[in-house]
Design a protein around this ligand. Structure first.
Ligand code: FAD
Ligand code: FES
Length: 307
């Protein structure tokens, strides 16, 4: 298994790493992945860049993307080679739309990586790893799947046209809710049908109700599990408190948490905070399509329910 998938503590906190100011890099290629999702491939920054070092990225960590005059938001690195890196953007609101509209040759600012990514269990067998995702939830799992080629990769989407990275990972098991491609159903239903002995560990990312169901299923079956949590972020370095979830700072302590940690968080699967810090339903406006516990859920549109 690749070095990219090592268990590391806070790699962004190295002495010479000052992740305060964004580094501007050039967009070199745009790839339309699905009707609402595009991948943006950028040139690498200088190797000694003080605040942006994509080569240090562990799958599941995130970087902050800055569009001058607009905002700065978290995204994961979904492509990484010696020539460049990429992010995969699902258009949801103003920022993601403007990001997806960037033209080749234009620049965006980056800092990071931040937080804790997926970690390896040294005693677990590579072929007994399952990686479960859907829609844009596949983005943080893509580099993980690359680093763990013997793992079983399962992707869910509402329909064939919403599936990501099909050519990139031809070995993956695809589930579609309408049955238009692969197995009819969801990755959760697929996992429900497996016996505990098949997997040592499940790595997952997707809408929170789906994550909650996966974590609960894994705990019941006695399978270790790690999931990436999404919370509104501003500083990304544990200062502003915007991403707080049951006493944990998701930007610093996560975004990837162990299933047992998540199960102990009362808000997990129920509430998140919006840009103004108000508690809203974790399910409302669910950002990632195709891995819902209920087959009828879709990705976009619903506005959050005020509590
Ligand atoms: C660690 C981390 C990594 C991320 N990585 C990616 C990535 O790789 N690719 C990607 O496309 N996005 C990613 N995101 C989400 C991204 O940062 C933005 O939040 C997203 O693009 C929406 O921003 P916006 O301004 O376009 O939309 P907004 O105007 O903020 O929101 C548009 C709609 O989406 C809903 N929404 C926004 N955030 C959430 C949420 N957390 N849960 C449920 N509904 C929500 C809003 O309620 C609203 O209905 C990540 C977020 C985090 C915290
Ligand atoms: S985003 Fe500021 S503390 Fe997490």
């Amino acid at each position: 298994m690749s070095e990219m998938f090592e268990d590391r503590e806070q790699p962004a906190g190295k002495d010479d790493f000052m992740p305060s100011l964004p580094v501007m890099v050039r967009l070199v290629e745009k790839r339309r992945e699905t009707p609402g999702i595009v991948s943006l491939l950028f040139e690498l920054p200088p190797a000694d860049s003080p605040s942006f070092r994509p080569a240090q990225n562990i799958p599941g960590q995130f970087v902050m993307v800055w569009l001058p005059g607009l905002n700065e938001k978290p995204f994961v690195i979904s492509y990484l080679t010696t020539a460049g890196f990429g992010i995969t953007v699902m258009v949801r609101g103003n920022f993601s739309r403007r990001l997806a509209e960037l033209k080749e040759g234009e620049m965006a600012g980056f800092r990071g990586p931040f937080g804790r990514g997926y970690s390896r269990y040294n005693n677990y067998q590579p072929e007994k790893i399952a990686i479960l995702g859907g829609g844009c939830g596949m983005a943080p799992l893509a580099l993980l799947a690359q680093a763990a080629p013997d793992a079983t990769l399962i992707q869910g989407a509402p329909s064939a046209r919403n599936l990501l990275y099909l050519e990139r990972f031809p070995q993956q098991i695809a589930c579609t809710e309408d049955g238009s491609y692969g197995i009819k159903g969801t990755p959760l239903q697929w996992l429900e049908g497996r016996v505990a002995e098949e997997f040592d560990v499940v790595y997952t990312c997707g809408p929170e109700p789906f994550l909650k169901a996966v974590v609960s299923l894994c705990l019941t079956k006695g399978i270790a599990c790690q999931a990436a949590l999404e919370r509104y972020m501003k500083c990304a370095v544990g200062i502003c408190g915007q991403c707080e979830c049951d006493g944990r700072l998701v930007c610093r302590d996560g975004p990837v948490f162990d299933g047992t940690e998540l199960a102990a968080m009362p808000s997990f699967g129920h509430f998140r905070r919006d840009a103004a810090g108000r508690r809203v339903s974790a399910a409302a406006g669910s950002p990632v399509a195709g891995c819902s516990p209920q087959p009828s859920r879709t990705c976009n549109g619903a506005s959050p329910t005020e509590q």
